[in-house]
Design a protein around this ligand. Structure first.
Ligand SMILES: *Cc1c(COP(=O)(O)O)cnc(C)c1O
Length: 363
């Protein structure tokens, strides 16, 4: 055995088994490492719209507050809930993690419904928490309510993504409410609302006062166009917030992040955000209309988000042609229910036109 191999073997003996065996999350940035300049990036559901904020507070010698009051105030005003119902996190991804670390004992399981956001699985794997998978019903992507209902034993947390990534659909609110009632005192239901600004009337945040087992996740990464900022929110009752405060790091939110997040939530920038959402939705309508006339497109799934899931006759061909033309989208072919599907983020109108132009040529 050469030195290198021996070294790796020694390290592997020390690492936790679940981490050694972990299939890591494949982020868009990881999957596409090439120079991203001059590329049309429709692979990470980011906003194509650039906003420019400045950092006001240059004094950084002191630690920030664990939960900076000014940002709590700003988000509280935006969503019309109290500060005590909000926990600021380093993106929604940290929210997913903190909730699992707070509620799951060794014998507990979490439940989620693929095809959905992969970080529920990855986080469970990292934390050595077991999970139960109940696939959503193919084609309309409704949750399999009856099967979930029959399998609630030992389930500590259910993660729903609403609207769902990568399918783009909204979940049936009555199904979720029925589950919230069924699982009181037993199971936490987490609703990941990363894309909710694209269909804000579907939010379930106001149910947190009614159901003590409901937790909502939010982020500034998608509609707000601040994926690079790393700022998200957990919304739930004040008792759960107080418990989560024991688990989150003592200083999770850096002062530059705080500065920018507060600006993003002021009245004027909220108007801009809402206009950007409308622009993206209009671009989406245009693109869907055009793609419906492309021979290579088999099906476009209904989407209430800033992306569309598209089934092609041969998605690998499409992926290659788009790649050659510097357009990067997200392959979903690995998911057994999503063969020949690609997830396409809605870009600027110009980007949508370029995409259509290429797909039309393939058809
Ligand atoms: C993008 C995304 C996240 C991650 O959000 P961050 O705030 O950037 O960590 C969480 N959930 C879903 C469903 C997402 O699509």
């Amino acid at each position: 055995m050469n030195q290198q191999k021996q070294k790796i073997k020694n390290i592997n003996q020390i690492v936790k088994k679940n981490i050694l065996n972990l299939i890591p999350y494949q982020s868009a940035r990881l999957l596409y490492k090439n120079n991203i300049n001059n590329k049309i990036l429709l692979n990470a559901n980011e906003s194509p719209i650039i906003s420019l904020f400045s950092i006001n507070n240059r004094i950084l010698n002191r630690y920030p507050e664990q939960q900076p009051k000014k940002l709590l105030n700003a988000y509280s005003k935006y969503i019309n809930l109290n500060n005590e119902n909000i926990l600021i996190t380093r993106g929604a991804d940290e929210g997913i993690d903190i909730i699992m670390r707070t509620f799951c004992e060794e014998h507990d399981k979490i439940l989620f419904c693929p095809p959905t956001y992969d970080m529920y699985r990855v986080t469970a794997n990292i934390l050595n928490i077991k999970y139960l998978i109940i696939f959503s019903i193919k084609d309309n992507w409704k949750i399999n309510f009856n099967k979930i209902k029959k399998n609630l034993k030992n389930i500590k947390i259910i993660y729903f993504c609403n609207p769902n990534n990568p399918t783009g659909n909204i979940l049936n609110q009555n199904d979720i409410i029925k589950l919230l009632e069924l699982t009181k005192n037993k199971t936490i239901i987490v609703i990941d609302e990363a894309y909710i600004e694209f269909c804000i009337d579907q939010t379930m945040i106001y149910f947190i006062n009614k159901y003590e087992n409901l937790i909502i996740l939010r982020t500034l990464s998608k509609a707000f166009g601040l994926a690079g900022l790393r700022c998200g929110f957990i919304l739930t009752n004040k008792y759960i917030i107080n418990i989560l405060l024991k688990v989150i790091a003592p200083y999770p939110i850096s002062i530059p992040v705080l500065d920018v997040a507060i600006q993003a939530l002021n009245k004027q920038n909220l108007i801009i955000m809402n206009n950007n959402v409308k622009t993206i939705i209009n671009n989406k309508k245009w693109l869907i209309d055009k793609l419906n006339n492309c021979n290579c497109v088999k099906k476009i799934f209904t989407s209430t988000t800033n992306f569309i899931l598209v089934k092609f006759n041969n998605s690998n061909n499409i992926l290659n042609s788009l790649n050659k033309n510097n357009i990067i989208v997200r392959n979903q072919n690995h998911e057994k229910t999503l063969n020949n599907c690609l997830r396409i983020t809605i870009g600027t109108f110009d980007e949508c036109k370029k995409l259509y132009f290429i797909l039309q040529k393939i058809s």
